[in-house]
Design a protein around this ligand. Structure first.
Ligand code: GLN
Length: 290
């Protein structure tokens, strides 16, 4: 076998192409750079470098995992989100670029210099919670997750950024572990929202590898929204906000759930870069107006 980087990349990309990978060349490069512990630019600078047997063997084994559908982020244990490098594994959903819209909407709404208390329900990898702590220097962020293995990842990511001193991670089901007298300026969630029967129709990368519990929103995908929308006003200060990531076709159902609940005023649907509905923001009324 030709041991040169460029030839191994061609070979890896060709293997991935057989499985209709969308980005075979890029995937091969990312996996090779990961194994060599270098930036991708190294591959372009030294295409004729010859690699050792052990590296070639490891490379082909990663290509094979990728060929079977394993997401790159689970192979390398890393995913960039909001300019921050996150550790990820199979216990957490891989942070999506779409979810950056959720974080950005919060950053645009709040006063960045105030001492906000923010709660992230179902914090998973900590992508949302840690990004908020990163970009809101005076905020204190709480993350709740029902999955102990996920909570370990969010804690790890908070520590990695040196932000754990302004964050608290709590094990439990949505609002269950919270006391009633705690009030947040903002509650945010990217809950599971895929209708159960739709999960099998998603890409193999998602349906076979990502945690089912982080995707499955029940028969109509709205189970978590019902719970969060009905409970959240008890935990949000007057005039505070609820921010939810939503599926592209769920805006009207979720707006309805919000307008049925007298606690919310002013709901706004925010679109992602593809022009699809992605986020709902709702403000909680002043108490005497409810
Ligand atoms: N956006 C994710 C997907 O389409 C789903 C995320 C979720 O259920 N919260 O795979």
């Amino acid at each position: 076998m030709d041991r040169r980087i460029k030839e191994l990349l061609n070979y890896g990309a060709a293997l991935l192409e057989e499985n209709k990978s969308l980005t075979p060349r890029l995937d091969a490069e990312v996996l090779m750079a990961f194994l060599l512990n270098k930036e991708r630019s190294f591959l372009f600078m030294y295409p004729d470098n010859e690699l050792d047997d052990s590296i070639i063997k490891a490379y082909l084994s990663l290509i094979n995992e990728r060929k079977n559908g394993k997401p790159i982020a689970y192979i390398t244990s890393h995913q960039e989100f909001m300019g921050i490098d996150f550790y990820v594994n199979e216990h957490v959903l891989i942070p999506r670029p779409d979810t950056e819209i959720l974080v950005e909407s919060i950053l645009k709404t709040v006063n960045k210099e105030s001492s906000l208390n923010i709660l992230d329900l179902g914090c998973g990898s900590g992508a949302i919670a840690v990004s908020l702590a990163y970009y809101l220097p005076k905020a204190f962020i709480y993350g709740v997750d029902i999955e102990p293995d996920a909570l370990l990842i969010s804690e790890k990511n908070a520590k990695k950024q040196g932000l754990d001193y302004r964050m608290k991670f709590i094990l439990g089901n949505l609002f269950e572990p919270l006391t009633h007298n705690i009030k947040f300026d903002v509650i945010v969630s990217n809950p599971p929202y895929i209708p159960t029967q739709e999960i099998e129709k998603l890409q193999v990368e998602v349906s076979n590898y990502e945690p089912r519990a982080a995707l499955d929103g029940g028969i109509d995908g709205l189970d978590f929204y019902r719970k969060i929308i009905s409970e959240a006003p008890k935990y949000i200060r007057d005039g505070g906000y609820l921010f939810l990531e939503i599926g592209y076709d769920q805006a009207s159902d979720i707006s309805d759930l919000m307008s049925e609940n007298k606690s919310y005023t002013e709901t706004e649907v925010i679109k992602d870069l593809a022009g699809l509905d992605r986020v709902i923001r709702a403000q909680v009324q002043m108490r005497d107006e409810r």
